[in-house]
Write a protein that binds this ligand. Structure first.
Ligand code: FES
Ligand code: FES
Length: 158
């Protein structure tokens, strides 16, 4: 079986798995990293949203063979380490706003939020309502209003 190496939450990992297996299954089934959730498996619901090299991506739609040895995949489990704290400021804002209901979509929501704030900041702007409208992560519990409030609050301390 082919071997694939990449950086996961700051540590190099190597897995024996076929080239076409999607990264979500490598994370969840082979590496036991279950923060990225399985919703649709076809890049629609965004429950699996994680980061690759700091940008949002959906690991259910990318084969493991697409990863290079030095590609950095970050999941919700590794997010606090990116700021050297127990919780990322976006997670703090989430708790402060009591965003989650069932919680299933929330890791993906937080990872999408952090990537969006970084992108907007790189463009030299503050986050706007129009930026928030671009988030496509589905929440079956309908926590969208609190998500938007938390993103704005989290962005202030990022
Ligand atoms: S499980 Fe990845 S987008 Fe739905
Ligand atoms: S909190 Fe239940 S799906 Fe979003």
């Amino acid at each position: 079986m082919p071997q694939h190496t990449f950086v996961l939450n700051g540590e190099s990992v190597t897995v024996d798995v076929e080239d076409d297996v999607r990264i979500l299954w490598v994370l969840r089934d082979l590496l036991g990293v279950t923060g990225p959730k399985y919703g649709c498996g076809i890049n629609v619901c965004k429950a699996c949203t994680s980061h690759i090299n700091g940008k949002a991506f959906n690991p259910c739609s990318v084969p493991v063979s697409a990863l290079a040895d030095d590609d950095e995949v970050t999941t919700i489990e590794g997010l606090p380490d990116t700021v050297g704290a127990n919780l990322h400021p976006m997670q703090e804002a989430w708790l402060d706003r009591d965003v989650a209901q069932c919680g299933y979509c929330q890791p993906g929501q937080i990872m999408a939020a952090v990537a969006l704030v970084r992108k907007v900041r790189d463009e030299g702007r503050a986050i706007s309502e129009a930026d928030l409208d671009t988030i496509r992560n589905i929440c079956r519990c309908g926590t969208y209003t609190r998500i938007r409030q938390a993103i704005k609050q989290g962005a202030e301390s990022m």
